[in-house]
Design a protein around this ligand. Structure first.
Ligand SMILES: C[S@@+](CC[C@H](N)C(=O)[O-])C[C@H]1O[C@@H](n2cnc3c(N)ncnc32)[C@H](O)[C@@H]1O
Length: 443
């Protein structure tokens, strides 16, 4: 097979990022935007040793779950990869994606549960991270073109909350009025769905600039739900969005949100789940899998601002949350006080270092919950958990591949995987969250 060759093929499944897979004489071609069971004409764009890429030219047979993308920039933007799929097909794809890694990487004979999806999968994000630029004298805000640093100019997004879009539109008109968009790198906008509070973080190249105070006043007058405007100075050369220095320009340094009656302070740098509707579903499953009776000691590794810890503290004897970001730990402690919970404590530490120390000191826990970043848990963390041998282990993950890798290790060391439950936290994208219940099977 050669580049630019035209071929006719039938799609037989999906890659983990939602591309169609077409096999030509057994050689897999990955085709963006092609759906399972569709057939059509393709042009080969890249040939590697064991796989290649092709572009869809013309569809001959169309999957009945194909839909027209609702977003006008769906093709250019790297954000949503599944805009051409019905929501039903997205959920089927995600279940299969998880099942594939459970069989191929974890090597487990476990039937993955149906994905818990949303009833209304639009405008679900409570956080917008929007680059700002000036091109030929014109303000541009929006999202990066796929695999590039070029901003596709837009003033709204179908997956972020309507309120976040309103803040973005107001900021654009202020940039146009005051002509100072060049100072800005990004806008970070957080929206607490239950309380309605909004935080706007201006990520800027310099602290002082013309019309700074007028802009703050006009912004908060236009959108009274804004309870916090924070200036974040970022002079770095790389792609890291937030700098170290912060200054509160209006209100507090945090906003408050609620999950199931529990209150949470969220500051600019703290991790907070981006889909609040599905967070309740996810945490509800984690709680169910912990199977708490009321007097257990629970360790919540990678606890962020302590959301899962506090969910569990309502039903456990004691919960210890471990988190590496100092600000998140401060928020978590405040959050525990805010909710009047005195059976939860937070430690600022690397999860591996804490788990290792605890296991070496003969520490015990009845239940351990882990919710690591995409790279999953490292070997030290897994070994230390096994050493402590909690009866129940609940693994929350936003990356099925690293989850499967870790499940294989844990199964090999005495844990039995009981349920793999995917939850759709990220409709229209290829991402899927999972919560897995495990029990200690042997010593
Ligand atoms: C996926 S988030 C989960 C947070 C929380 N469980 C929640 O649902 O909001 C992962 C968290 O792990 C933290 N983290 C990353 N690396 C860590 C490490 N080595 N040790 C402890 N925490 C870490 C991050 O700061 C982040 O808050």
């Amino acid at each position: 097979m050669k580049k630019n060759e035209h071929v006719f093929g039938v799609c037989s499944g999906y890659t983990s990022d939602g591309h169609g897979v077409v096999k030509i004489d057994g050689f897999p071609l990955f085709v963006k935007g092609m759906m399972n069971k569709e057939s059509g004409e393709l042009v080969v764009t890249l040939v590697k040793k064991s796989y290649g890429f092709a572009r869809l030219l013309k569809l001959d047979k169309v999957n009945e779950e194909r839909v027209s993308p609702a977003c006008p920039i769906a093709k250019q933007c790297g954000g949503c990869q599944l805009q051409h799929m019905s929501y039903k097909e997205q959920l089927a794809f995600k279940k299969q994606k998880v099942q594939d890694v459970i069989e191929r990487i974890a090597k487990l004979d476990v039937q993955v549960e149906d994905v818990l999806g949303m009833t209304q999968p639009d405008h679900y994000r409570n956080k917008g991270q929007i680059p700002v630029g000036v091109v030929k004298g014109q303000v541009v805000t929006g999202f990066y073109r796929i695999n590039s640093n070029t901003i596709i100019d837009t003033d709204s997004c179908g997956i972020q909350s309507v309120k976040i879009n309103a803040v973005l539109q107001t900021m654009r008109s202020l940039f146009k009025k005051y002509g100072n968009a060049g100072v800005f790198r990004h806008l970070l906008i957080k929206h607490a769905f239950v309380t309605g509070e909004v935080m706007v973080v201006w990520i800027v190249r310099q602290k002082k600039f013309a019309h700074r105070e007028e802009m703050v006043q006009e912004l908060v007058q236009t959108i009274p739900e804004i309870k916090s405007v924070v200036l974040n100075l970022n002079t770095r050369e790389d792609n890291v969005i937030l700098g170290k220095q912060e200054e509160v320009l209006y209100g507090e340094s945090f906003i408050t949100d609620e999950i199931n009656g529990l209150k949470f302070h969220i500051s600019a740098k703290s991790f907070y789940q981006v889909n609040p509707v599905q967070t309740k579903v996810l945490y509800g499953k984690a709680l169910e899998f912990c199977d708490l009776k009321g007097n257990e000691t629970v360790i919540d590794l990678y606890c962020g601002v302590g959301t899962i810890s506090m969910f569990l503290a309502q039903k456990a004897g004691k919960v210890i949350g471990i988190e590496i970001v100092e600000q998140a730990v401060r928020d978590a402690r405040e959050n525990a006080a805010l909710n009047g919970l005195n059976n939860v404590e937070f430690v600022c530490s690397d999860a591996a270092a804490y788990a290792k120390k605890m296991s070496e000191q003969g520490g015990r826990a009845d239940v351990v919950v882990v919710d690591p970043p995409r790279k999953g848990c490292d070997q030290v963390t897994l070994d230390s958990i096994v050493q402590m041998a909690p009866e129940r282990l609940v693994y929350v993950s936003c990356d099925p591949a690293t989850l499967a890798r870790d499940l294989r290790i844990l199964e090999g060391k005495g844990y039995r995987v009981e349920v793999v439950q995917p939850v759709d936290m990220f409709p229209w994208t290829h991402h899927v969250e999972c919560v897995v219940s495990m029990s200690w099977a042997e010593k």
